[in-house]
Every structure is written in structure tokens, then in C-alpha cells.
Design a protein around this ligand. Structure first.
Ligand SMILES: Nc1nc2c(c(=O)[nH]1)N[C@H]1C(S)=C(S)[C@@H](COP(=O)(O)OP(=O)(O)OC[C@H]3O[C@@H](n4cnc5c(=O)[nH]c(N)nc54)[C@H](O)[C@@H]3O)O[C@H]1N2
Ligand SMILES: Nc1nc2c(c(=O)[nH]1)N[C@H]1C(S)=C(S)[C@@H](COP(=O)(O)OP(=O)(O)OC[C@H]3O[C@@H](n4cnc5c(=O)[nH]c(N)nc54)[C@H](O)[C@@H]3O)O[C@H]1N2
Ligand SMILES: [Mo]
Length: 769
């Protein structure tokens, strides 16, 4: 029999059988560097926390919508039949629509559900809500918001830029010096939205090392760039990169290494930027000594680095984490400006990269191709929020916010419908989110597991895992199309998001419109046929559906010619303009300046965040907490699986603390510590290390919290992070600007997040009220 596959965002699996006939997931044999994440997802110790049956929060069930909303997360759930659950959901949607209109429904559903493109929960929920009159939506992502909003004003939309990035093979041939702010973290390049079949970044770095590239990792963490080549780690204080970029530009200007011809020919605003860097416009020259004071990077190292960069083919790269911070627009804009001053933009292996390492597909040799995707219909409601403003929206109905220079109004949300994301993972300041969550009458969630998001809801509908359904995996620029064959039966009473919405649509009189009379198999064939047509239009031939389904994996051809980022623009900026107002790269943007956001001026600038090591509040909270992506999970997914648990210590996350900071606090390796600030307390286990810059600590994201407890014993950094936007221009997530203190913990709490809520079994709710 042909090999059968299933897929996740972090990789492709071959499906085998154990001796007892139970399915077993194995890494894809064609992957040079497969990820171990999720191989254990069908094991019984993972299944024990599955949502088995539809469940309703007790007060909501007994007293109706809006009852004791502050008790969310602390009450028992009553298990009900699908019949009863769907009747409750349909009635509540009808009530809210009739009473308040569709603008009272938030269907944001941000999150990383299924790699399969049909059973993609967020697409399913949007399609469903569009059929019943629409919903308030979100724009942008937690991944990239400050960067995504600023880049179109500077050089172009970020997805286009990523598709144009020079591929790794060209970098190996031409780049002699890679200077990366935030490194090229291999842990992160495990992932691609839609699935990474071949993890190529480890190999790519090895290839660069073999051809003699020198690597410089400017980062709070040494581990962000690891390869067997010549790697230098320059420790830097978090959130201070812009100062170093400006000082490097200052050196280039001062020593006559600025490429004036490139600035003149390909950029606008070169003069305004230079005047700022030299201190002519604000009286403060951005000298290496100035940047050293801010960043902790020695001035002498900045001076030498500028010379090294000018002397060889240099690629400047930034991790996405830099823009997930207050004033996160600045490091992305500043790296582009610095690359323009250096003048290697558009040369093979030179210029800038916006996130090599952040995802597997960046630097891929494959073209961008629109994959199979579920049509979502039209949303008649135009109201939206920037994704990370969710708590603001719920707490300030009718309040105003600015976005890209325009003012908008927050809606008054009565019902939240969420499928395929975990706000109790992704949002900042979780205590504030809890207060915000107490506002709506009703919160409906489709979930696979009893995580905090499910436990904070009123109605929880059990969803299947991707491995429990048939689907098509496709990630743009990964070069692979995968037939996902159902590997395991659905757990207990779990149903696919599509099946749930089909049933609900029927009850609301839009069943035929939602399903178009197609079942799962027919939808897969339809989505595939649409893809075949669009691939053909791009000159790419793929097999027909039956052959694809049988074969399992289809390889798509890479580009014929190597892509060099911005090479055509460089050779003729008039014939190949950028999609900016001037057609050139904008180091000063009139559009941004005209928005008059004090926290996002018209050119890249050093703007100190509210929380950083140089802030007045650092006296009380002297440690900058970096909360980055977890190596052993995708965010909060499978936090309780054996692979994730093996990276913890006694059920708690590990926090990396600098040796001197630990010594000053009497903290030893393996001690349980309290990580504290004005927003909360988190317990974690200290790992004392010289591989993190002094003054910083690292606690990766993804640990579940127990919403019934006030303090967090598990190590979820979002208990501590601030719910403050990157700026009033982008309103982006700024999770990485967060100060804390760390202390030895006298009385550790027992970890309790990996447990079921109290469940009341009741077969019929007819007599419940
Ligand atoms: N402090 C801090 N916070 C951060 C970040 C950070 O760097 N620091 N990073 C941010 C970033 S970049 C991101 S992208 C976000 C990620 O935030 P999320 O994407 O919300 O996090 P996940 O844990 O991946 O959540 C996915 C959820 O969907 C559920 N799910 C999976 N498949 C299905 C399905 O088929 N159907 C249904 N109904 N549910 C499904 C899973 O059980 C899980 O609960 O977090 C952000 N938060
Ligand atoms: N294994 C795994 N891989 C993932 C994910 C996951 O959950 N698990 N999530 C995926 C998602 S959704 C996204 S958006 C990408 C995110 O990609 P990134 O945003 O780039 O990822 P992070 O891990 O948050 O940050 C990368 C590194 O940047 C460094 N850093 C943090 N702050 C600063 C700073 O101020 N200056 C400098 N110079 N460095 C800093 C940290 O040391 C950190 O390890 O990762 C993707 N990859
Ligand atoms: Mo992300």
C-alpha cells in the first residue's frame, strides 16, 4: 500500500500502525531535519485532556446568557448532547443578532489551527458567520503587526517582500557576513503555516558555514544562532537594537562608507535620515558611544562592525521578535535604512532580510502560489479591530482607537465565537483579558483540549484533531502538496468544525448555502480543482485529484532562476518601482509623518519603550523578560504532551537567568522562582546561564494556566506581559517589552493546569432550568 500521510504546521508525518493496530505517527522520510513535535499527539496521556462531549458552563446553562460572567474558568461544566448544545448555540446566535445586530458578534478567532486547508477552523468560522449576517473581524497578526503595518510605507507589503527574499543557496554562494539581530533560531524555523515538509534552515546555515560565511548574532540569547561555522555572539539588551542600527549607520556616514549614490537613486528621505543619525535634526548624534550606553554593546565593537560590513558582502537580518515590542516599527524600518546606507540592497547575498529563521519558508527557492482555501464569502459588517486590541475592545465599547492614521470605534460585543486559536496563550496581561472576558453575555468555543481557553468559555464544542480527518496540506513556498489521510478515528464525540457549522447552518436556515451540498470529500475535490486551475495559470502542472489522493505527496517545482531580493529594482528603479508612494524605498515617509503619531515618526528613530532596562521602572523591576517561541511546541499546542513535558521541570517551565543576576538574588540552578511584576506572579524553574545577556531572562510562551487559580504555577509569561500596543500607528502586539523581578520562591504551588474542569454528566437539559 502507498504510504499515507498527515500533516501539521511543524511537519509532515507518515502514518503507521503499532502492534495493537493503533495508529503511529512517524517523521516524513524525505525531511532532512524533521521536528519531533507532535509525534506523540495520539498517545493516551495526550488524549486524557481532550474535550469529549459538548459542555456548558453551569450558571450559563441554569440561568441563561450573561449569568455570573466573572465565574468563567471557576465553575463546573455540564456535559450535554450535541442536539442540546447546537440548539443552545443556534438560539443564542439568533437572540444576539435580533437584539443587538451582527456587530455585537466577535468572530476574530485568531490562531494557528489545522495545517489542513479545508478544516482550517478560522476559515470555517468566518464562512459560517458570514452566512448568518457577518461579524466583527480582526486585522493583522500577533506574529507581525508593527512590521506588517509599517513596511508598505517603506518598501512594500510584507508578504510580497517575503516571497521576494533571496533563497538560501544564493546566500551560501554570495553572503560573506551575516549580521542577524535576534539570530536565525532553528527552533522557530520548524514551523510554516500550512506545514513544513522539508526543514531546510539547519542545512542552509551549514552550507553557508561551509562556504565561509561569518555569522554575527546580536541577541540577548546565544542559542539564537547555532551552526558549526564561525559564529560570534554579541549580547544586547532587549528592545535596544534600533540604537545599534542607527550607530552603525552613523559610523558609515562618518567614515565615508555610506553609499550616497544608492541613497540618491533608490531611496527618498536619505537626507532626513542622515540628519537624524548625525544629530543635526535633534541635537543627539547617534554615535557608537550613545548606542553602547543604551544597548550594552561596546562602542568599539560597533565601530569595527561597521567597517567589516562595508568591507564585504553583508546580509543584515532581523528576527520578527524585534517588532513584537513597543515601537516595534523602528527596528524593521531601521534595518532597511541601514542596508540602504550600506548600499548592498539588490546585490546577491547583500541587503536586508526580514526574518530569515522565523519560519521555514523564508529563503525558500519556491515561488508563491495560492493554495487550496475555503471561500469565506462576504462579511457585511465592516467593523474591525487590530488583532491585539481585543481586551481594549471588550473593556471600552464605543471607545476610539487609531490605526494607520485613521480613527475607528470599538463595537459593543455581546457574543464571542472562537474556533482555532487560544487567546489565553496569545494575549498579553491575562488578568486584564479575564476582566475583559467577563463583559460579553456568551462565549462559544470549539476546542480539542480542555485548556484555559475552553475553560473560560460558556459553551465548548469538541473539535477533532487534524489527524482525525481528511484534508489537504499546503504552505505557500514550501513546495509541497500533501493528501492528509485520516489517521485515527475521532476522539469520543468530537466533530470536525465543518460538521459542527454545517449542522448549525441548517438550524439557522442557511445549511445549503454553507455546505453548497458538498461533504468533506467533495469539498476537497473542489478546492483541489480550483488549485489545479490556478497552478496551471502559473505554468505548474499537478496530477488530478484521484491521483493526488493516492500518491499522497506532490512536489512542486522551485523557481527556474535564483531570486535575488530587489535586484531588478536596484538595476532600474524607474522601470521596476516599489509599491510605495514615491516608487522608491522610503527612509522618510510623508504618509507616516502625516499620521502624526508621536510614537511613530516619519523616519526610523530610537524611541525608548515604557518598559526596558533603561526605564525609570527598571529600578523596581530590573529584569527584562523575553517571552519567545517555545522549542518543543507550537505555542500552547500539546503543552501536556510528553515531548513538551520533557522540556519542563516538575511540570513548570524553565526560565533562563543570567549567572550574575542569579547570584545577586541567591538563585541556584533548579530553584523554583517567582517572576513578578505589577500584573502578576508566575512560577518557573531557574536555569542559570552565561548564554543570556545580563539583565534579561527568557521564559518561552505556551505553558497553560489554570484559570481557577490566581497565581500561575506553570510559567506562562503572558501573566506578566503588558497589554500595550507597539504604537498608535500599528496597534501591534508588543509582548516583548516587559519588566519583572525574579526571586527565590519560598513556597512553590503545585502545577494544576493540565487537568479537566469539574464536569457534570447530564444526558438531557430539559429539566435543567
Ligand atoms: N508573550 C508572548 N505572547 C505571544 C507571542 C510571544 O512571542 N510572546 N507570540 C505571539 C504569536 S507570534 C502568535 S502567532 C500567537 C499564537 O497564538 P495561537 O495561535 O492562539 O496559539 P496556539 O496555541 O497555536 O492556539 C491554537 C489553538 O487552536 C486549537 N486548535 C488546533 N486545531 C484546531 C482545529 O482544527 N479546530 C479547532 N476548533 N481548534 C483547533 C488548539 O487546541 C489551540 O488551543 O501567540 C502570540 N503570543
Ligand atoms: N518551535 C516553534 N517554532 C515557531 C513557533 C512556535 O511556537 N514554536 N511559532 C511560530 C510563529 S507563529 C512565529 S510568528 C515565529 C516567530 O519568530 P520570532 O518572532 O523571530 O521568534 P521568537 O522566538 O519570539 O524570537 C526569536 C529570538 O529573538 C530574540 N529576541 C527577543 N527580543 C529581542 C530583542 O529585543 N532584540 C534582539 N536582537 N533579539 C531579541 C530572542 O532571543 C528569541 O529567541 O516563530 C514560528 N516558529
Ligand atoms: Mo506568530
Amino acid at each position: 500500500m502507498a504510504t499515507r500521510y498527515t500533516a501539521s504546521h511543524w511537519g509532515l508525518y507518515e502514518v503507521g500502525r503499532k502492534a495493537d493496530g493503533f495508529p503511529k505517527l512517524m517523521p516524513f522520510s524525505g525531511d532532512p531535519d524533521p521536528s519531533p513535535i507532535g509525534l506523540d499527539q495520539l498517545e493516551s496521556d495526550v488524549a486524557r485532556l481532550r474535550v469529549a462531549r459538548p459542555a456548558v458552563r453551569q450558571s450559563w446553562l441554569e440561568h441563561g446568557p450573561g449569568s455570573h460572567p466573572e465565574q468563567r474558568g471557576r465553575e463546573p461544566f455540564v456535559e450535554v448532547s450535541w442536539e442540546d448544545a447546537l440548539a443552545l448555540v443556534a438560539a443564542e446566535l439568533t437572540r444576539v443578532r435580533a437584539t443587538y445586530g451582527n456587530e455585537a458578534i466577535f468572530g476574530g478567532s485568531y490562531g494557528w489551527s489545522s495545517a489542513g486547508r479545508f478544516h482550517h477552523a478560522q476559515s470555517q468560522v468566518h464562512r459560517f458567520l458570514n452566512m448568518v449576517g457577518g461579524y466583527v473581524r480582526h486585522v493583522d497578526t500577533y506574529s507581525l503587526a508593527a512590521g506588517r503595518v509599517i513596511m508598505p510605507h517603506v518598501v512594500g507589503p510584507i508578504d510580497d517582500l517575503h516571497a521576494e527574499h533571496t533563497s538560501w543557496d544564493v546566500l551560501a554562494e554570495h553572503t560573506r557576513l551575516l549580521v542577524s539581530f535576534g539570530g536565525v533560531p532553528l527552533k522557530n524555523s520548524r514551523v510554516s503555516p500550512g506545514g513544513a515538509g522539508r526543514h531546510r534552515v539547519k542545512e542552509a546555515l551549514a552550507q553557508m558555514a561551509a562556504s565561509g560565511t561569518r555569522f554575527i548574532n546580536i541577541s540577548p540569547l546565544r542559542e539564537n544562532l547555532v551552526t558549526d561555522g564561525d559564529v560570534e555572539w554579541i549580547p544586547i539588551r532587549p528592545n535596544t537594537d534600533t540604537s545599534v542600527m542607527l550607530a552603525l549607520a552613523h559610523e558609515l556616514f562618518k567614515t565615508g562608507h555610506a553609499d550616497d549614490a544608492f541613497l540618491e537613486r533608490c531611496c527618498v528621505g536619505g537626507e532626513a535620515f542622515r540628519d537624524y543619525v548625525l544629530g543635526l535634526s535633534d541635537g543627539q548624534p547617534k554615535t557608537p558611544a550613545w548606542a553602547a550606553e543604551i544597548s550594552g554593546v561596546p562602542a568599539a565593537r560597533i565601530i569595527d562592525l561597521a567597517q567589516e560590513m562595508a568591507g564585504t558582502r553583508t546580509l543584515l537580518n532581523v528576527a520578527w521578535s524585534l517588532q513584537r515590542a513597543e515601537h516595534g516599527e523602528q527596528p524593521f524600518w531601521a534595518i532597511v535604512a541601514l542596508a540602504c546606507v550600506l548600499g548592498q540592497v539588490g546585490l546577491p547575498g547583500g541587503g536586508f532580510g526580514l526574518g530569515y529563521g522565523a519560519m521555514n519558508a523564508i529563503g525558500s527557492p519556491h515561488p508563491r502560489l495560492k493554495g487550496p482555501s475555503l471561500p469565506q464569502g462576504r462579511n457585511p459588517v465592516t467593523t474591525f479591530i487590530p488583532v491585539a486590541r481585543i481586551a481594549d475592545m471588550l473593556l471600552n465599547p464605543g471607545g476610539r482607537f487609531t490605526y494607520e492614521g485613521k480613527t475607528h470605534r470599538y463595537p459593543d460585543i455581546r457574543l464571542i465565537y472562537w474556533a482555532g486559536g487560544n487567546p489565553y496563550h496569545h494575549h498579553q496581561d491575562l488578568a486584564r483579558l479575564r476582566r475583559a472576558w467577563a463583559k460579553p453575555d456568551t462565549i462559544i468555543v470549539h476546542e480539542q483540549f480542555w485548556n484555559a481557553h475552553a475553560r473560560m468559555a460558556d459553551i465548548v464544542l469538541p473539535a477533532t484533531l487534524a489527524a482525525e480527518r481528511n484534508d489537504i496540506a499546503f504552505a505557500t513556498r514550501e513546495g509541497m502538496l500533501v493528501a492528509m489521510h485520516q489517521a485515527a478515528p475521532a476522539h469520543a464525540e468530537a466533530r470536525d468544525d465543518f460538521a459542527i457549522f454545517s449542522d448549525l447552518a441548517d438550524r439557522l436556515g442557511v445549511g445549503a448555502a454553507f455546505t453548497e451540498g458538498l461533504d468533506e470529500r467533495a469539498w476537497l475535490a473542489r478546492l483541489y480543482a480550483t488549485f489545479v486551475a490556478s497552478a496551471a495559470a502559473n505554468g505548474i502542472a499537478v496530477p488530478d485529484f484521484p491521483e493526488f489522493w493516492e500518491r499522497g505527496v506532490v512536489d512542486l517545482a522551485p523557481h527556474d532562476e535564483p531570486v535575488v531580493f530587489l535586484d531588478q529594482f536596484r538595476s532600474d528603479p524607474v522601470a521596476h518601482p516599489r509599491p510605495t508612494p514615491s516608487g522608491r524605498i522610503e527612509l522618510f515617509s510623508t504618509t507616516v509623518a502625516d499620521a502624526q503619531a508621536a510614537d511613530c515618526p516619519g523616519h526610523p528613530a530610537w524611541l525608548p519603550p515604557t518598559e526596558w532596562l533603561g526605564a525609570p521602572t527598571a529600578e523596581r523591576w530590573p529584569i527584562h523578560l523575553v517571552s519567545d517561541q517555545p522549542a518543543r511546541r507550537l505555542h500552547s499546542q500539546l503543552d501536556h504532551a510528553p515531548w513538551s513535558l520533557a522540556g519542563k521541570s516538575g511540570g513548570r517551565e524553565v526560565v533562563l537567568v543570567n549567572t550574575a543576576d542569579a547570584a545577586a538574588r541567591g538563585i541556584a540552578d533548579g530553584d523554583v522562582v517567582d517572576i513578578v511584576n505589577g500584573r502578576g506572579t508566575v512560577q518557573a524553574v531557574a536555569a542559570v546561564s552565561d548564554d543570556i545577556v545580563a539583565g534579561a531572562a527568557r521564559l518561552a510562551t505556551g505553558a497553560w494556566i489554570d484559570p481557577a487559580e490566581d497565581a500561575d504555577a506553570h510559567g506562562n509569561p503572558n501573566v506578566l506581559t503588558a497589554d500595550r500596543p507597539a504604537s498608535s500607528f500599528s496597534q501591534g502586539c508588543a509582548a516583548l517589552s516587559c519588566l519583572v523581578e525574579i526571586r527565590r520562591c519560598a513556597a512553590p504551588l503545585p502545577p494544576t493546569a493540565h487537568k479537566l474542569p469539574p464536569l457534570i454528566h447530564r444526558n438531557s437539559i430539559r429539566n435543567a432550568s
